[in-house]
Design a protein around this ligand. Sequence first.
Ligand SMILES: Cc1cc2nc3c(=O)[nH]c(=O)nc-3n(C[C@H](O)[C@H](O)[C@H](O)COP(=O)(O)O)c2cc1C
Length: 197
Amino acid sequence: MDLGWGNQKASKFITNVGLITSTGKNGQDIMGAEWTYYVSWGPALINVHIADVAKMRGGAGKATLENIRETMEFGVNVAAEDQNAFSSIAGGSSGHDVDKIAVLKEMGAKFFNAKKIKAPMLEGAALHAECKVRQIEDMGDHVMVVGEVLEIESHDAIMPLAYSAGKYYRLGEQLHKPEQAVLDKISALVEKHRKHK
Ligand SMILES: Cc1cc2nc3c(=O)[nH]c(=O)nc-3n(C[C@H](O)[C@H](O)[C@H](O)COP(=O)(O)O)c2cc1C
């Protein structure tokens, strides 16, 4: 089936926002990508799924994807809970048309040089990962970019921004374990239904 963009039925996923930095023929660029996630510990791999607009609508593809195909590297900056406006800027226009890095700098963002890649990294993000591309695959109407992590830093005091159904959220109350009676009941039920006794 084809759900199409923004379908409410697919609105129950909660994601991070990866602010994906790149450089290349479109200059330095940054895009928002909620479909950014960690998929392997060893080797450490992070996937980013980028809409293949060139295939979907013709014309130019996303500037980030073009940069990544050229340089085979990218930066992952997991947006912090106070970076929702930065996320909207990174996701609100294309690096083909707008120098979003310059816009962000004028909005107070600071960038620093990565250690292993040429793309700039965004200060204040909850996590920074420098990635080299290991694989690029068509995945439906998106392109899956698999990045091998070369450097990673995460910041305990900085909470990541949450995103769901097109809205930003701050992570809220932590849920605690059920009370002991419930835990005991769960243990008893697991024993009762264990397949190999
Ligand atoms: C919060 C947010 C999340 C987004 N997630 C994605 C995503 O996962 N994949 C994608 O292709 N585009 C996503 N976008 C849209 C891109 O960020 C947008 O198309 C951007 O203009 C691409 O920039 P570029 O052409 O400079 O690469 C998202 C936008 C926002 C605001």
